[in-house]
Design a protein around this ligand. Structure first.
Ligand code: UDP
Length: 405
């Protein structure tokens, strides 16, 4: 868990946000929140809970974070749900659904009657709704991906489980669904003080680049940081890079690990390695789950950061890039469209060819690229950093309390 206190964020977030946090906090002393997700490390949700939970506690709420357990078979099913929520055709059998529900039963001891609010993150813990008791707890489902294109077989299995909650939260208003429960919209955020995002010392910078065998002053680097997942389109990034390299000397780094709940990661990594075919200008880095400082340094070393996702819940990797004032080329899908405003805070591109041409524009115009980066940092500082996110959570809880009988 992060060891920073609210005071540490004051200069970054500004007084107005800090005052709001304090004012909401005063009315929420002792309010008991239980977060449940399915990974302790890896992926956006774990990342944010590491930073959010201690700050919520400091404000005066009583907050606990529990991690759901499951077999590889369970995570295979929930990954199919994930893909199905993103609109991919999936093959889900009755046996898989039974196994999913049985896994919830095994995890029911995670539930705590004294919680005022139980927060289920993503689809993995939704089965726990079957064990909702008569206690005072209110239940919230937080969907961290874009479910707009969800395939019916997955949505109509999950929707009744969501309906057993009191409120559902999506990152963006576009993600609203036909649900019988209250819907609320709250994008995630990055922690500007975490090892992933803080300033690095010159010694850290040099030593990490040396360890990764990256020349600090070599040819321009194009970087995508992402789990090895087809929806992040690493293959498309390699194709775009090969187009750019026809015209200028540059290198590509694809950096990413796989989350504990993502059984497809190793397969996709293998596919990507095959396509790269030992190309000396392409570096594929399989990172450990806690490679935060490495990601930080890689992002700072990069000349262009790419996020060519085919679908994206929000895209915290883009937020991290903009926070570091980096020129970013991203597909305007899901939350990426809120972060990259074409020509202002970065550049948008959909196809391989468009990505290649936007990368070339950035490499050809470094001063302009720097301006995009600075505007990007301002944009995310106002909207997508941890103190703003904490304020949004406190506001949501206050609203929910207003609904209590
Ligand atoms: N990340 C990481 N290691 C990796 C790949 C990703 O720590 O190998 C981090 C990344 O820096 C970001 C988060 O995991 O903070 C990914 O969040 P995002 O919203 O971009 O995508 P998700 O993985 O949740 O689909």
């Amino acid at each position: 868990m992060s060891h920073f206190t609210l005071k540490n964020y004051e200069t970054i977030a500004g007084n107005a946000i800090m005052n709001e946090i304090e004012a909401y906090g005063e009315k929420l002393q002792g309010y008991n929140v239980l977060h449940i997700n399915s990974t302790a490390v890896g992926g956006g949700v774990a990342e944010i809970l590491h930073s959010l939970v201690p700050l919520m506690q400091e404000v005066g709420l009583s907050v606990k974070w529990s991690v759901l357990k499951g077999s590889p078979k369970f995570f295979n099913t929930t990954k199919q749900f994930h893909n199905g929520l993103h609109g991919q055709q999936v093959n889900i059998t009755a046996e898989m659904l039974e196994h999913y529900l049985a896994n919830a039963q095994k995890n029911r001891n995670l539930l705590e009657d004294e919680a005022d609010l139980i927060v289920l993150h993503d689809q993995q813990p939704l089965g726990l709704t079957a064990y909702r008791s008569e206690s005072k707890s209110r239940w919230l489902w937080y969907c961290h991906i874009d479910p707009s294109y969800a395939v019916p077989s997955v949505w109509y299995f999950l929707a009744p489980l969501v309906a057993a909650c009191d409120v559902s939260v999506f990152h963006l208003p576009e993600y609203a669904r036909d649900l019988s429960v209250l819907q609320y919209f709250m994008p995630p955020a990055i922690d500007p003080l975490s090892d992933k995002n803080r300033e690095v010392t010159p010694e850290e910078y040099d030593s990490i680049l040396e360890k990764l065998d990256i020349d600090p002053s070599g040819p321009p680097i194009i970087l995508q940081v992402s789990r090895f997942d087809r929806l992040k389109d690493p293959v498309g990034v390699i194709e775009a890079f090969r187009l750019v390299r026809k015209n200028r000397k540059c290198q590509l780094i694809l950096a990413g690990g796989s989350a504990d709940d993502d059984p497809e990661g190793a397969i996709v990594l293998e596919e990507v390695r095959e396509l790269a075919d030992n190309d000396p200008d392409i570096k594929i880095l399989a990172l450990e789950p806690n490679a935060n400082l490495q990601i930080n340094v890689l992002q700072r070393r990069a000349n262009v950061i790419v996020q060519k996702s085919l679908r994206e819940g929000f895209g915290l990797t883009a937020t991290e890039a903009l926070w570091k004032e980096k020129p970013l080329v991203a597909t305007p899908t899901g939350g990426l469209a809120y972060q990259v405003i074409d020509g202002k805070t970065g550049l948008t591109a959909k196809t391989v060819e468009e990505v290649a041409s936007q990368i070339e524009r950035i490499l050809a115009n470094p001063d302009w690229a720097n301006k995009l980066g600075s505007a990007g940092k301002k944009h995310v500082t106002q909207r997508f950093i941890l103190p703003v996110y904490l304020r949004n959570w406190l506001r949501l809880i206050t609203l929910l309390r207003g609904q209590e009988k």
